[in-house]
Design a protein around this ligand. Structure first.
Ligand code: ADP
Ligand code: MG
Length: 467
């Protein structure tokens, strides 16, 4: 980057209106609570806004907002928009459906409009990355609601379809690219870099960062980000913030503001949670015992951590005369869809899945979840257990953990505690032993994610500012 002569650019556009300035610290606190409980971390986070006018949107955008019946900002928008428009790197965490897209799109439009038009050879000004083609298309659609009247161009770049059309579109130029990381790298390297480039990129969004992480896109994301000028603005949005993402966040965000709407997810009271400390070779027998108990009562989902394990378990259960099916990345879309239909209508009552494959799967009457392979972090445990006990129905979750998996015990202890379930002594012993071992080796142990207790801090100064 030192060899490149980048134009200077502006990131901070936010002007607080007097109505907001007048709010006292006490009022801000109360208002954040009203906004579904917003928690913020990081230095000098602006106060949340109440109306679109408070973030000074252009008249054309205001009209588009009205046209789509977006009356006022949702909680994540109310807090994230002023933060991002102040030029700050921002992490926004809020559940699915809370309006995260607009929270990064509106500040992005202001950011782009401030810059000189693209020349023939310029790449985009804003780069939005997401994990899947579906999400990319969805973001593209949401963005286009606003860009038409502003004469800005949006191009979606994703795999699984012909590359030539996307290349042609990119060559014509676009201020905004929405992409999956893998296909974007293909585009950047195509034709010796003559298709598009990152020289003008100053605004980067990582959407559904948790899923990108789960799906293993971190190297591709890093490769792209490392090629964007260092003084860029980066915003990251996610439904959850697993601990493993902290390192990534620390590397790519500069003194971020973190905004979380709602508390950390916990397993709901309607799920009865059981933890079974067990030897690896005893797991299958134990599973049969549990299935015997619940099979007649409803659907079961069994979680494993790898495709091979799903296939092996599928064979073993079939041998034991259970009709079941597997759901993982190695099964093609058509079979997946028809399997899900059979599962939903009760033709097949047992589903063996990996966490990633089971995302977004909505099946009613799930009576039982078995974590055949122990989940390796808090969020995953909570998500998996949350597949049962829905809509007020009772559900049961069994988790197998072997002695060799001590390192996962802490997150499960934490999850049990946060849903007020007594920790079984055997599990507690594992956790104590693990901590003792780590301490003996001089290693620090941390559990949970960024949002339990005091959470993690980006650096000393941020820690002081936040307290
Ligand atoms: P998330 O990314 O948090 O899952 P989306 O950004 O996809 O959520 O938004 C969910 C839905 O809410 C979309 O249909 C979107 O058009 C709508 N929406 C977003 N912001 C608002 C708003 N301020 N008022 C009303 N609806 C909104
Ligand atoms: Mg979203």
């Amino acid at each position: 980057h030192s060899g490149v002569d980048y134009e200077s650019f502006r990131k901070a556009f936010y002007v607080e209106v007097p109505e907001i300035t007048r709010m006292t610290a006490e009022e801000v606190k109360k208002y954040r609570e009203e906004l579904e409980g917003i928690a913020v971390r990081g230095k000098n986070c602006p106060k949340p806004i109440k109306t679109w006018a408070h973030c000074g949107v252009a008249k054309k955008i205001f009209e588009a907002l009205k046209k789509h019946n977006f009356e006022k900002p949702t909680p994540i928008q109310a807090q994230a928009i002023p933060a991002i428009m102040s030029g700050r790197d921002t992490i926004g965490i809020a559940k699915t459906g809370s309006g995260k897209t607009l929270a990064f799109v509106l500040p992005m439009l202001r950011h782009i409009m401030d810059q000189p038009p693209l020349s023939d050879t310029d790449g985009p000004i804003a780069l939005i990355m997401g994990p899947t083609r579906e999400l990319v298309m969805q973001i593209g659609k949401e963005t286009k609601k606003f860009t038409k009247s502003l004469n800005l161009r949006v191009t979606c770049v994703y795999g699984g379809t012909g590359i030539s059309e996307q290349i042609a579109e990119l060559k014509r130029g676009a201020e905004i690219i929405v992409c999956t990381p893998g296909r974007m790298i293909d585009m950047l390297t195509a034709n010796n870099g003559r298709v598009t480039n990152l020289r003008r990129v100053t605004y980067v969004v990582l959407d559904e960062a948790d899923r990108m992480f789960d799906m293993g896109f971190e190297p591709q994301v890093m490769k792209i980000i490392d090629n964007v000028r260092p003084d860029r603005q980066v915003v990251m949005f996610s439904a959850t913030f697993p601990r493993q993402m902290e390192a990534l966040a620390r590397r790519i965000l500069n003194k971020p503001i973190e905004i979380q709407v709602g508390g950390r997810s916990v397993v709901c009271k309607d799920v009865e949670q059981h933890i079974i400390v067990i030897e690896e070779d005893q797991k299958f027998l134990k599973l049969l015992e549990i299935l015997g108990h619940y099979y007649d009562e409803g659907n079961t989902i069994i979680f494993v951590d790898k495709q091979e394990n799903a296939d092996t378990l599928l064979k073993d259960l079939m041998k034991a005369s259970y009709s079941c099916m597997a759901l993982h990345g190695g099964i093609d879309q058509y079979d997946r869809d028809s399997n899900i239909v059979d599962f939903k209508n009760g033709k097949i009552k047992i589903l063996i899945a990996t966490s990633v494959a089971a995302r977004g799967l909505d099946v009613k009457h799930m009576i039982l979840v078995v974590n055949y392979d122990c989940p390796n972090h808090y969020e995953d445990y909570v998500h998996r257990c949350g597949r049962t006990g829905r809509a007020g129905n009772k559900g049961y979750a069994y988790t197998f953990i072997t002695k060799e998996q001590e390192r996962f015990s802490g997150d499960i202890v934490r999850a049990l505690e946060s849903s007020s379930v007594e920790v079984p002594p055997e599990l507690d012993t594992m956790w104590v032993r693990y901590r003792a071992k780590q301490a003996a080796e001089g290693k620090k142990v941390h559990t949970g994610g960024g949002y339990s207790g005091k959470g993690f801090k980006f650096d000393e100064n941020e820690a002081i500012a936040a307290s």
